[in-house]
Design a protein around this ligand. Sequence first.
Ligand SMILES: Nc1ncnc2c1ncn2[C@@H]1O[C@H](COP(=O)(O)OP(=O)(O)OP(=O)(O)O)[C@@H](O)[C@H]1O
Ligand SMILES: [Mg+2]
Length: 356
Amino acid sequence: MVTNVLSQEEVKELLHPVKDPFLHRTLEETDGVKEITIKEEKKHVSVKIGIGKTNTGEQMQLQQEIVGILKKNGATTVGLRFEQLPDETIEKFQPAAEAEQEKTLMGGGKQPNFIAVASGKGGVGKSTVTVNLAMSLMRLGKKVGIIDADIYGFSVPDMMGIEERPAVRAEKIIPVERFGVQVISMGFFVEDNSPIIWRGPMLGKMLNSFFKEVEWGDLDYLLLDLPPGTGDIAMDVHELLPTCKELIVSTPHPTAAFVAARAGQMALKTDHEILGVVENMAYFESKKTGEKEYVFGKGGGKKLAEVLQTQVLGQLPLQQPYEEEDEFAPSVYQQDHPIGKEYHKIASKIVAKIEE
Ligand SMILES: Nc1ncnc2c1ncn2[C@@H]1O[C@H](COP(=O)(O)OP(=O)(O)OP(=O)(O)O)[C@@H](O)[C@H]1O
Ligand SMILES: [Mg+2]
């Protein structure tokens, strides 16, 4: 038990090595110890601490840590206040902190470019776009992985015609490789496609496991196929992957685009960069006459891109992949298929945007 009363200098020294839970830097580096007052007779120490983000669970933990340190070193009572650090300080440390967080999530390996494929509405083609964008990136020579983050409505394995299950090596799950693309899906872990009923927190944990417990190796791109809407998973993605970029899929119907805008607004709110809009099921082209019919309306993608201040990266018509006897992959468009070529253009634009 220390009986001396702490001095200002000693308090500073004690608190300087403590880490800001958001910026992952010491309070010394962030200049986070803002005020120290000491009432000698009562051995009361009061401090004001600046951190990256206030009023969070992390702040509560930090509070306990600091009170513990000061009491162990002679304070009888501790008064603690938090404030947010100045914007300049946060801006200075945040990018590095975010990268560090993601690196830890990926097991310290190479940091891929994360792209989440989102839409406000179900059934517009997110999974189809994810799978085919992954294929095109792979054809461009990139190392690509897919996380099927649609935990309830997983569809990537079926779309790619995957029948294998992942192997486990040294307590890590090895993604299934299909056409050179690494895939992880909840569908690999349930029997007979039985539906899964989980609640919110479980979902977040699952997503976490898809990073932490999977041996991704070195990837250039990791694509996340999100469930429809702006629900829990989308929030978790925003939290887990601060550098994740978003690709928004919409149908050409103006109302559908309006709904998709909500997903986009959310991306904007969380500072996720929007790569662009893909308009799917944009038109139907008659094989006989070559005439385009805008069966689902027109202009939705453009309107959406305007709202989100981004661009339309491509328009995909309604058409199925060629049927192939030897390789069953019902949603994968071949390289020489007209839609396969469209995906190639979209992938090239994305690579140019990200790797410029
Ligand atoms: N351009 C297209 N031409 C023809 N069919 C398409 C096209 N795009 C998607 N589809 C089909 O539409 C259906 C819905 O597509 P998909 O599953 O990719 O949508 P989603 O947005 O992922 O749906 P969910 O919200 O349920 O996850 C699928 O059967 C898919 O094969
Ligand atoms: Mg889907």
